[in-house]
Design a protein around this ligand. Sequence first.
Ligand code: IMP
Ligand code: MG
Length: 182
Amino acid sequence: MPLAATPLHQGLDRVLIDAETLEHRIHELGDELGDEYSDTPPVLVGVLNGAFIFMGDLSRRMAVPLEVDFMAVSSYGQATESSGVVRIVKDLERSIEGRDVLIVEDIIDSGLTLQYLLDTLQRRNPASLRIVALLRKDKADAIDVPVDWVGFDIPDEFVVGYGLDKAGLYRNLPFIAVAQVS
Ligand code: IMP
Ligand code: MG
């Protein structure tokens, strides 16, 4: 799919995953997760802001009763590289004790954010705690987080769209694109 000369597409280098490919894979994941949680209604924990579109599409494909809740976390310092220090900006609305929890994340880069979330949520004694991430970067120095489901493994480049931003923009692109290096 070519990029158009519109303001929305300015600053993009190329399309990495088009809308149709995203939809196909998310339907696969949704069907698989629906089967997985058919006997144990899960709580989907979306990590804001990046996971909001993935969460919407994935959850609508999971044909089981489920609940959704959201967390927002932020790294201290500059947003370009994870500092390793993460703080909770918005916590869950409800207890997850005894619940089957599925963390829904947009992308795993260094793995620091997810590692922190796993540690934090594990202490609240859920019955189970698993992770689905739409994207995972191929990075040699990333923390080895035990991710249960991954949509796509991608090269180590800065990507935007389908929920992911650069300086707050591009989240509403219906595809994943590589941003121009600036
Ligand atoms: P990590 O803690 O380094 O794994 O970073 C995870 C978070 O950084 C993700 O949840 C995103 O919000 C953000 N992030 C990492 N890489 C990218 C990217 O390529 N594009 C947009 N956001 C990213
Ligand atoms: Mg995120």
